[in-house]
Design a protein around this ligand. Structure first.
Ligand code: NDP
Ligand code: OXD
Length: 310
C-alpha cells in the first residue's frame, strides 16, 4: 500500500504527495527518493521519471502518468513494459485545451500577431480576413483533446477537418484517417492544430512535406509534443512564407533553451507548456480515484496501451 511519487522538481513532488496523502490517508505516499521499502511500492505517480526509476519496484501494479501523454514514461528504456500505465485525463484538462486551441486558432484567423506588430509601429492598417465559415482548420489527433477542440471550432463556425489513426465519424467534422488519408486531410488547410500523442509514427510529422501541402501562409498550433516538429523545417517554411505563423507550446528541450531561435522569431508565439496543465488539487482527485478503482477492479477507463504508444 505504498505509492512513490516522482516529478522533475522536488517542491512539485512534495505538493503532489501532500495532496494525495490528504485524499488517501490509508496509503503510504513518499517522494520516490524517500521510499523506505521499494518492495512495498505498488503504484508510482510520475511525470518525466528518470531512466531506471521504476526498476527498484518489483511489485508495481500500475504506473500513473501525471498527464495525458505517456511518452515521458515510455522514454525510460529500462521500463518494465508489462506494468499497465494509467493516463491522468478529465474534463478540466479537456476544457483547458479547448480554451488554448480556440484562443490561438482565433488569433491566427484574425491576424492578431500582424495587428499587434502594427500597433508597436503605430500603423493603422485594416486587415480584412474571411469569416470563420470560410477558413479551413485541420486537427491532427481526434482523441479526448483533439475531438473536443475540433467540436468547439465547428461551433465557432470554422470548416474543420480531423485526422486520426482509426476512422471516425464526428458531427460537422470532415474526418480522415491513416497515412492514406493524410494528404487529403492537409490539402487546403489554413490552420493546422497538432494534438497527437508522441509515438514512433508521429515523431517529426510536422515537417517540410507536411507544410508544403498546406495552403500557402498557413499557421501551425502545436500543443502536443516538441518532437512532433522538425524545428529547422519550420524556420525554413516561415522564412519562405509557406508557413505564416506558429504557436508552439511544447519543445524538444523544455524549458526552451535561451539560445533557441524560436524565442526571437517574430512569427512564432512561444508558450511554456501551459496549454493544459493539470493542477495538483484537481489532478490528485483523479489519480486517487484511478488508483482505488484499479486496486478494486484491476482496470480503469484511462488505461494507455504501451504497445501502441498512447
Ligand atoms: P488520445 O490518446 O485521447 O488521442 C490521440 C489521438 O491521436 C487519437 O485520435 C488517435 O487515433 C490519434 N493518433 C495516434 N497515433 C496516430 C497516428 N499515427 N496517425 C493518426 N492519428 C493518430 O490523446 P489526448 O487527446 O488525450 O492527448 C493527445 C496528446 O496531447 C497527448 O499525448 C500529449 O502529448 C498532448 N498533451 C499536451 C498538453 C499540453 O499542455 N501541451 C496537455 C495534455 C496533452 P485513434 O483515435 O484512432 O486512436
Ligand atoms: C500531458 C501534458 O501530457 O501536460 O498531459 O503534456
Amino acid at each position: 500500500m505504498t505509492i512513490a511519487v516522482s516529478l522533475p522538481a522536488d517542491d512539485k513532488t512534495e505538493w503532489w504527495c501532500q495532496m494525495l496523502r490528504d485524499l488517501m490517508p490509508d496509503w503510504e505516499i513518499y517522494p520516490i527518493d524517500k521510499v523506505p521499502d521499494p518492495d512495498a511500492v505498488t503504484y508510482s505517480v510520475v511525470w518525466r521519471p528518470a531512466t531506471g526509476a521504476m526498476t527498484p519496484f518489483k511489485n508495481l501494479k500500475a504506473i500513473v502518468s501525471l498527464g495525458a501523454g505517456i511518452d515521458h514514461v515510455l522514454a525510460d528504456k529500462k521500463l518494465p513494459l508489462d506494468v499497465p500505465i494509467i493516463r491522468t485525463v478529465g474534463t478540466d484538462l479537456t476544457q483547458r485545451m479547448k480554451e488554448y486551441v480556440a484562443m490561438h486558432v482565433l488569433r491566427h484567423h484574425r491576424e492578431l500577431p500582424a495587428i499587434q506588430a502594427n500597433q508597436s509601429r503605430q500603423v493603422w492598417e485594416q486587415i480584412i480576413v474571411p469569416p470563420a465559415t470560410e477558413r479551413r482548420i485541420g486537427v491532427m489527433g481526434l482523441g479526448n483533446l483533439g475531438a473536443a477542440a475540433a467540436e468547439l471550432l465547428t461551433q465557432i463556425g470554422f470548416q474543420v477537418s480531423g485526422w486520426s489513426r482509426s476512422k471516425k465519424d464526428l458531427p460537422g467534422i470532415q474526418c480522415y484517417s491513416g497515412s492514406e488519408g493524410f494528404g487529403a486531410f492537409l490539402d487546403g488547410t489554413e490552420i493546422l492544430v497538432c494534438l497527437l500523442p508522441l509515438t514512433e509514427s508521429t515523431r517529426g510529422i510536422l515537417n517540410a512535406d507536411t507544410f508544403n501541402r498546406l495552403k500557402r501562409g498557413a499557421a501551425i498550433v502545436n500543443a502536443a509534443r516538441g518532437q512532433h516538429l522538425v524545428d529547422s523545417d519550420l524556420l525554413e517554411a516561415l522564412n519562405s512564407g509557406q508557413i505564416g505563423g506558429a504557436t508552439l507550446d511544447v519543445f524538444h528541450v523544455e524549458p526552451l533553451p535561451e539560445s533557441h531561435p524560436f524565442w526571437s522569431n517574430q512569427k512564432i508565439t512561444v508558450t511554456p507548456h501551459v496549454a493544459s496543465l493539470i493542477d495538483a488539487p484537481t489532478g490528485s482527485k483523479i489519480v486517487a480515484k484511478n488508483i482505488r478503482t484499479f486496486e478494486e477492479t484491476g482496470t480503469v477507463a484511462d488505461l494507455a496501451d504501451a504497445k501502441r504508444g498512447y
